[in-house]
Unconditional design. Structure first.
Ligand code: HEC
Length: 170
């Protein structure tokens, strides 16, 4: 009875052109229709914005290192650490609707995924410490270690970009 009523409600909503209503979000999320409509789930938008902050902060670190502004670089490293701590929550529920490169493996191995987010948080915090100590040479190594943690997660949990055409041989 309850299911029947829910089904009827959904049909009425759709018939009424309620596709844009917030309450049909879970429906779109659960079907290929969302993808067909170019629909983007708010959770996907939020987690992509979180990810997009990383390259921005890495560029800030590289630029600050060049100008010997180690305190500025430390702040950007700290921001990466803070954002990394928010990754587990941003990916709490499986959402694959719309434009996303996230792989379902995230939710099959969520503990490992979360662990990789924490590795990034820890290595970014370590980079900030080295920078605050004024150790520029050490910072370069710590930056590489931190970036290794981006790739370690992407390799397993993010769709690789489409392969580039092979270079002509000979
Ligand atoms: C714990 C796993 C994990 C870590 C660590 C991680 N990423 Fe990601 N990243 C992802 C996933 C999953 C996506 C795909 C998100 C989506 O499309 O829904 C992604 C997407 C991105 C994107 C594309 C965002 C967009 O707009 O589509 C960028 C850029 C990115 N990551 C950069 C980084 C950088 C730089 C680091 C390291 C500082 C990093 N990520 C660390 C899992 C991770």
């Amino acid at each position: 009875m309850k299911n029947l009523r829910a089904g009827t409600t959904l049909a009425v909503l759709l018939a009424a052109g309620g596709l844009t209503a917030g309450c049909t979000q879970d429906f779109l999320e659960a079907t290929p229709l969302g993808e067909a409509l170019g629909y983007e789930h708010h959770r996907v938008t939020a987690r992509k914005a979180l990810m997009a902050s990383h390259p921005r902060n890495i560029r800030a670190i590289t630029a600050a290192l060049k100008e010997n502004k180690l305190a500025d670089a430390a702040k950007a490293a700290q921001d990466i650490s803070t954002a990394a701590r928010r990754i587990p929550l941003a990916f709490r529920r499986q959402t694959l609707a719309g434009k996303t490169t996230a792989l379902p493996a995230i939710w099959q191995k969520k503990a490992d995924f979360d662990q990789k987010a924490m590795s990034l948080a820890t290595s970014a915090a370590a980079l900030a410490v080295v920078l605050r100590a004024g150790d520029k040479a050490g910072a370069e190594g710590a930056l590489k270690t931190m970036q290794g943690n981006c790739g370690a997660c992407h390799r397993l949990y993010r769709k690789p970009p489409p392969p580039r055409p092979a270079a002509p041989r000979g």
